[in-house]
Design a protein around this ligand. Structure first.
Ligand SMILES: NC(=O)c1ccc[n+]([C@@H]2O[C@H](COP(=O)([O-])OP(=O)(O)OC[C@H]3O[C@@H](n4cnc5c(N)ncnc54)[C@H](OP(=O)(O)O)[C@@H]3O)[C@@H](O)[C@H]2O)c1
Length: 289
């Protein structure tokens, strides 16, 4: 049987890297990233899709430096929002199914319970605003789409919180970490497996997908050190106000993934189990010593 073709924008990014690993066995993958062309350029996106005629397009490309987006608002909007709009428009022209990766930062974090897909969005940061506008453009431009909102991603192929904590633990006896923001740390490899299931199930609309269970960044840091057997470094809880970062983040970033569970019955690992797998794997592969 002829394999379905998937174009991945942002294929060299942290999620893109694991998407490739998970999808390459069953799909004909065509990979692209900033080196080949810029998603802000509609003619590049259109030509690339017209040349490859994929059944499915995954947009994992984004300007993901949340604090950097506050300084570079124009770039954030152009890449994250209008770039996504370009991909949606060009995908529709060739009748491809668009899978767009969004974010938990479209919410303001003021709700007491985990966020459901149809809760009102109200982003706090420029990054969140750019991702929210992207969702609007995808819904407007593409009629065959899946928007996935993941959160707190870490993986082997990118800068992320796990590497930051492990690096700091080599230099510092104390690491201060915010204890008043809550969510689910999600391994890009596990998310990629879930995206494969979403493809097989032909999901449409918006879905929240994250590891199961919730914690704060402080809990996450402590678990990283515990799993790694690092006892000489202490994690000190601080508040978001203490940290004074350029971009505001939601305090409650918890995503309710029950819609995903209902439609797929695919069990997402607990954040602790997935983190253990990740740390074991980076040690075995010598990615982190
Ligand atoms: N990381 C998280 O915690 C997190 C949480 C929730 C949602 N998400 C979303 O998940 C998706 C994947 O995130 P990620 O962590 O894998 O991001 P990433 O590692 O930063 O990967 C994004 C890729 O897009 C590329 N890119 C940037 N601007 C581009 C442009 N104008 N044209 C073409 N390619 C461009 C980047 O290239 P350069 O590296 O050269 O810029 C990079 O290779 C994004 O949509 C992100 O918003 C991420």
């Amino acid at each position: 049987m002829k394999r379905k073709r998937i174009v991945i924008f942002g294929a060299n990014g942290m999620l893109g890297h694991d998407l490739r690993k998970v999808l390459e066995k069953d799909y004909d993958l065509v990979l692209t990233d900033i080196q080949d062309g810029d998603i802000r350029d509609f003619s590049f996106v259109e030509k690339f899709l017209n040349k490859n005629l994929p059944s499915i397009v995954i947009n994992s490309a984004a300007y993901t430096d949340v604090d950097g987006c506050e300084k570079n608002q124009k770039i954030a909007m152009e890449v994250n929002a209008y770039g996504a709009g370009n991909i949606a428009k060009a995908s529709k022209k060739i009748s491809s199914w668009l899978i767009h990766i969004s974010s938990d930062y479209v919410f303001d974090g003021k709700k007491n319970l985990p966020y459901k897909e149809d809760d009102p969005i109200n982003p706090l940061s420029i990054y969140g605003k750019s991702k929210a506008l992207a969702e609007e453009l995808v819904r407007k431009e593409a009629n065959n789409y899946l928007i996935i909102r993941p959160q707190w991603l870490y993986g082997k192929a990118g800068k992320n919180f796990v590497f930051t904590i492990l690096n700091l633990s080599k230099k510092q006896k104390e690491i201060k970490v915010v204890a008043d923001q809550f969510g689910s740390p999600t391994y890009t490899y596990e998310l990629s497996k879930a995206i494969k299931v979403a493809i097989e199930k032909k999901l449409q609309g918006i879905f929240h997908i994250a590891a199961s269970g919730y914690c704060s960044w402080y809990d996450f840091a402590k678990e990283i050190l515990k799993i790694s057997g690092i006892t000489e470094t202490e994690v000190i809880p601080i508040s978001s106000d203490d940290l004074k970062r350029p971009a505001s983040r939601p305090n409650n970033s918890k995503l309710d993934c029950s819609k995903w569970q209902k439609f797929t019955s695919f069990p997402m690992k607990s954040w602790q189990k997935a983190l253990k797998d990740f740390i074991l794997s980076i040690k075995q592969e010598g990615i982190f010593k």
